[in-house]
Ligand binder design. Structure first.
Ligand code: FE2
Ligand code: FE2
Length: 325
C-alpha cells in the first residue's frame, strides 16, 4: 500500500472537495500531498473532522487525493449526489460549477474512451438534467466557467464547456423547456465524440496539419454522427449538432459545405459555442483569449461564417450577464 501511495502516477489528479464529504465519513481512502511526497491521511470510513479540515486549509491545502484505481467509484459517488450538491447553497456557486464541470469531464472521458454512449445513457441523462437545473437557476456560471483553470485533456473539457455554453445560450434566446435544454446539453457533450476515432498524433499536433491529416480531421463530424446514430431514441438534434457544427453560412465549412438555412439551427448554435470555447481555452499553439478578446475576434472574423443574429445574441448574453453581476 505504501508503495502505491508514493507512486504519484497512481494518484488521481481529480480532486476531492471537502464540501462533498457527507456527514464527514470518508467514502474512500484519501491522501494529502505534502512536500516530501504523498502520505496516507485518512482511511475509508474514518471521520474527517472540521478541525482536520481547518488544519489543512491553514496549511494552504484545498484538496484530498484519491487513488486512480478508485476514481470510478469516486465519480459514481459524486454523480449520485450531484443533485444534492448542486442545490446546496452553502457551497459557493464557483465551487459547485467546478464540481459539475469535473463530474462532467470524468464522464465524457469515460464515454470517449469506451465509445459506449448506450451503456452510459442513464448516467448521461442524470448528469445533463442536473446540469440544466443548475444552469437555469444560476446566472453567474458563465464567468465562473472562464475563470476555472483545469489541466484535463482538451477535448473532454472542451466538450463539457460547449455543453454549458449551449444550455446558457439556448436559455438566453428563450428556450425554457428543460427537456429541450437537455438536448442542447447533450448536443454539446457529444459534438466532437468522433475525435476519439482520430489519432492523438493529429489531435495534438503543434504545427499545421498536412492534407491527409486535415482530411481525417475533417471527418470527425461524420464519425461523431455515426456513433450517435446507433443509439436508439437519441434526439435527431444531438446527431445534427455533431454533423453540422463545422458548416459555415457561406458554404465554406465541412463536411458537406452546406450554406445558410440548409444548416440546422442546432448546428449553427453549437458552432458559436464551439468557436468561443476554442478561443477562450489555452491550446498548444495559441494562448487563451479573454472574453472580450474572443467576442471581438468573433465579430471581426466570422462575418458570413456564422449566423449573424445568433452571434449578436451570444455577445448580448455576455453583456447582459456582466451588467447583472
Ligand atoms: Fe468539432
Ligand atoms: Fe468542438
Amino acid at each position: 500500500m505504501n508503495d502505491d501511495i508514493n507512486n504519484k502516477e497512481l494518484i488521481a489528479k481529480h480532486v476531492f472537495f471537502f464540501e462533498q464529504v457527507e456527514e464527514r465519513v470518508l467514502p474512500l481512502n484519501t491522501f494529502l500531498f505534502e512536500v516530501d511526497g504523498f502520505k496516507v491521511y485518512l482511511k475509508k470510513g474514518e471521520v474527517f473532522s472540521k478541525d482536520k479540515e481547518e488544519h489543512l486549509l491553514n496549511k494552504g491545502q484545498k484538496y484530498l487525493f484519491i487513488l486512480k484505481d478508485e476514481l470510478r467509484d469516486y465519480n459514481f459517488g459524486v454523480e449520485k449526489k450531484l443533485t444534492k450538491t448542486l442545490s446546496n447553497d452553502n457551497i459557493p456557486v464557483e465551487k459547485r460549477t467546478e464540481i459539475l464541470r469535473n463530474a462532467s469531464i470524468s464522464m465524457v472521458e469515460e464515454v470517449f474512451n469506451s465509445m459506449d454512449v448506450l451503456k452510459n445513457r442513464e448516467r448521461i441523462n442524470n448528469l445533463t438534467e442536473n446540469m440544466v437545473s443548475f444552469l437555469t437557476s444560476n446566472n453567474s456560471v458563465l464567468f465562473n466557467l472562464l475563470s476555472l483553470s483545469s489541466h484535463d485533456f482538451y477535448t473532454y473539457r472542451h466538450s463539457v464547456d460547449v455543453s454549458i455554453y449551449n444550455v446558457m445560450f439556448a436559455k438566453f434566446i428563450g428556450i425554457t423547456n428543460k427537456k429541450q435544454l437537455n438536448i442542447y446539453a447533450q448536443a454539446g457533450l457529444f459534438h466532437d465524440l468522433g475525435k476519439s476515432k482520430v489519432s492523438d498524433k493529429i489531435i495534438n499536433k503543434k504545427g499545421p496539419l498536412d492534407d491527409d491529416e486535415w482530411k481525417i480531421m475533417k471527418a470527425h463530424p461524420k464519425y461523431s454522427a455515426d456513433i450517435l446514430k446507433e443509439i436508439y431514441g437519441l434526439h435527431q438534434n444531438i446527431i445534427d449538432a455533431a454533423l453540422y457544427h463545422h458548416e459555415k453560412i457561406d458554404g465554406t465549412g465541412y463536411p458537406f459545405g452546406l450554406s445558410g438555412d440548409k444548416i440546422p439551427f442546432i448546428g449553427k448554435l453549437t458552432a458559436i459555442s464551439d468557436i468561443f470555447s476554442a478561443l477562450t481555452t489555452h491550446r498548444s499553439y495559441s494562448k487563451a483569449r479573454t472574453i472580450y478578446e474572443a467576442l471581438n475576434f468573433m465579430t471581426e472574423n466570422l462575418k458570413g461564417k456564422v449566423d449573424k443574429q445568433l452571434l449578436k445574441k451570444f455577445i448580448q448574453m455576455f453583456q447582459n450577464e456582466n451588467e447583472n453581476r
